[in-house]
Design a protein around this ligand. Structure first.
Ligand code: DOR
Ligand code: ZN
Length: 343
């Protein structure tokens, strides 16, 4: 079996910086034509000038001859400059702002401490049609970690969309039936990215025979009925749902630790992992829309024109990959995958 597919784009990706880019960019650039690169570096990528610099470093890390195109998201802070929104709209490489509620996840300390702090920026984004990518989790630690996405919808997302009804929002890496239904039914311009790991695994994966840090990410994996709802949404053909891996590399010693970092690394085999999920419900024919068309349509950029091929071919994922001077453990390390992306 071989499936021809327009080259996919990854609408949610972490590449990190410095020497680590050599490893992460190569994996992503092998598979994807473009990726929306997340700005949660230390320090974060807040301004257009910082995004331009980061983009240059990513471009310099591409394998020889590769034409991978990084697109940038700017990190929204309480002090982001509303006057810069128009310039973001004009730029040909920055596509969106990313809202990290402060304290929600990795490198979110500089994030937004209250949504009202960024009303000025959101008003400009609504006016200029610049999308807001949202890490949609309530940060109130009294809220159970498995309920934080649902509570975020009620406490933050719905009121924000009421105030800015024309704002384009991408609900990033959704993990619940609640979020999938919210996006499907919203009267607003709301879309969502879905990761491969949230399509393939439920929360049992984190605790299978012991604690498994490489399945720990944020938002955390949820119950099986949520996974099933996400798979339904991804394979439904609804153009509001598209591919965003949230591939998030962390050096092995920072994951296998008493307080391990959140993030699953999937860039080494992202499209193969999505293919496995789609094939599990007999919907491989729906993969191309999700992986290669709906995201570019939503962001208003050109559709891909090159093709890749997915072969049904078993291969073994290495136990580790280099990650700058460290190593990472990829998802499915040492295990077999059933598809191989070629070209
Ligand atoms: O699991 C995650 N890892 N979730 C995030 O929101 C951030 C990411 C990272 O940057 O490591
Ligand atoms: Zn992310």
């Amino acid at each position: 079996m071989s499936l021809r597919l327009l080259r996919p784009d990854d609408w949610h990706l972490h590449l990190r910086d410095g020497a680590k880019l050599t490893s992460t960019v190569a994996h992503t650039a092998n598979q994807f034509g473009r990726a929306l690169v997340m700005p949660n570096l230390k320090p974060p990528v807040i301004t257009l000038a910082q995004a331009a610099g980061y983009r240059e470093r990513i471009l310099a890390a591409r394998p020889a001859g590769n034409r991978f195109e990084p697109l940038m998201a700017l990190y929204l802070t309480d002090n982001s400059d509303a006057k810069e929104v128009a310039a973001v709209k004009q730029s040909d490489f920055a596509l969106a702002y990313k809202l990290y509620p402060a304290g929600a996840t990795t490198n979110s300390d500089a994030g937004v401490t209250g949504i009202e702090k960024v009303y000025g920026v959101l008003a400009e984004m609504e006016k200029h049609g610049v999308p807001l990518c949202v890490h949609g989790e309530e940060t109130d630690h009294h809220v159970d970690i498995f309920d934080r996405e649902k509570v975020f919808i009620d406490r933050t997302l719905i009121p924000t969309l009421k105030r800015f009804p024309g704002l384009k929002v991408v609900f990033e890496h959704i993990t619940t039936k609640d979020a999938a239904e919210f996006v499907r039914d919203s009267e607003h311009q709301v879309a969502a990215t879905i990761t491969a790991h949230h399509l393939l695994y439920n929360r049992n994966a984190i605790f299978q025979g012991g604690i498994r840090p490489h399945y720990y990410c944020l938002p955390v994996l949820k119950r099986e009925h949520h996974r099933a709802a996400l798979l339904d949404a991804a394979t439904s053909g609804n153009a509001r749902f598209f591919l965003g891996t949230d591939s998030a590399p962390h050096a092995v010693h920072t994951k296998e630790a008493s307080c391990g970092c959140a993030g699953c690394y999937t860039a080494h085999a992202a499209v193969e992992l999505y293919a496995e999920a789609f094939a599990s419900v007999g919907k491989l024919d729906r993969l191309e829309g999700f992986s290669s068309l709906f995201g570019s349509d939503w962001y208003g950029v050109a559709r891909p024109t090159e093709y890749v091929h997915l072969h049904q071919e078993e291969w073994q994922v290495p136990a580790r990959y280099a990650f700058g001077s460290d190593e990472i453990v990829p998802l499915r390390a040492g295990e077999a995958l059933r598809y191989k992306l070629v070209g």
